[in-house]
Design a protein around this ligand. Structure first.
Ligand SMILES: Nc1ncnc2c1ncn2[C@@H]1O[C@H](COP(=O)(O)OP(=O)(O)O)[C@@H](O)[C@H]1O
Ligand SMILES: [Mg+2]
Length: 290
């Protein structure tokens, strides 16, 4: 889910079978490189696992060769179905699902490129490509068995931190743990917020941000009716983000070892500020969209 932090690309290299412990320790020590040897009994060679940091929730995501290994979760069966479906449809904007490994981790294809560690201001063409990517993803799921009553499968966390960029262009979504049937406006609202809207002065005037929300709508080929709903959709996603993080503070959700209560509270406060900013500037966004 959404968060704010410093701006730089992340990519940490390590060799380990102790990835769980190191993934927990790594955020505490910044971007130090850990080196631990790991004997892989299956091939008799030293395997190299690279801890992939920058995620928000999952401890133990690693790269092994051209694959990513992710601890199995309750969403794994659905994500496996979804990624298998997307592969059959020839959708290139998601990893391939490749099965389970001997450590009960999902195996996904590794998508080469960069994942941003933080939200930032984007160029217009990056916003355009992100909007098209989302539209293609939704179109590839519309009307399928995966969707049931919903209109499409929403990613539900399509921030820049869950997209692989290649040469500056958003190319593929990762991290489908929250995916499920829903109204596409849920993803569009979340994307408009996390890619285009921010109260930070260095993110440009609100008119510029509103123009980018319009670009995103154009790239998605959003109907006139749906454009009128975007500001509400953004604010709904901001409310959901607050609710999401509050479940961790209240103990409803399983505690996250890697995040302190302070960090979670910071995310809640930040999201509330962003919501207030969106509400105050509603007329600016609406003018650009209609
Ligand atoms: N299929 C993939 N291809 C390339 N990098 C990936 C892939 N899956 C995950 N990553 C990297 O691992 C990091 C954490 O993965 P992610 O699935 O987003 O975990 P979290 O649930 O913690 O957010 C990402 O920020 C990204 O850098
Ligand atoms: Mg993620």
């Amino acid at each position: 889910m959404a968060t704010s932090s410093c701006r730089f690309y992340h990519r940490i290299v390590t060799y380990t079978c102790l990835h769980g412990i190191l993934a927990f320790l790594a955020p505490l020590v910044g971007f130090t490189i850990f080196v631990v040897s790991h004997h892989d009994s299956s091939c008799g060679k030293k395997a190299e696992e690279e801890i992939l940091l920058g995620g928000r929730l999952t401890t133990g995501v690693v790269r092994l060769g051209d694959t990513v290994r992710r601890p199995v979760s309750s969403s794994s069966p659905f994500v496996a179905r979804l990624l298998t479906h997307l592969a059959k449809r020839g959708f290139e904007g998601a990893p391939r699902y490749l099965g389970r490994d001997e450590h009960n981790r999902d195996i996904l294809s590794y998508i080469h490129g960069w994942v941003l560690a933080s939200f930032q201001q984007f160029e217009h063409d990056q916003i355009w490509c992100a909007g098209q990517l989302l539209q293609r993803f939704h179109a590839a799921t519309a009307g399928t068995d995966l969707v049931n009553q919903g209109q499409v499968i929403c990613h539900h966390d399509p921030g820049p931190n869950n997209v692989v960029f290649q040469e500056g262009t958003p190319r593929a979504f990762i991290d489908f743990d929250m995916a499920g049937p829903a109204d596409p406006l849920e993803d569009i609202g979340y994307m408009a917020w996390t890619w285009c809207v921010s109260s930070r002065p260095d993110r440009g005037p609100c008119e510029f941000q509103a123009e980018q929300v319009r670009l995103l709508s154009d790239a998605y080929r959003l109907t006139v009716d749906d454009r009128r709903k975007i500001v509400d959709a953004i604010m709904t996603q901001q409310e959901r983000n607050v609710h999401f993080w509050r479940t961790y503070l209240s103990g409803e959700a399983t505690p996250l070892n890697s995040l302190s209560r302070e960090t979670i509270q910071h995310r809640i406060d930040w999201t509330r500020r962003e919501r207030a900013y969106t509400r105050t500037n509603r007329p600016v966004f609406e003018r650009a969209l209609t």
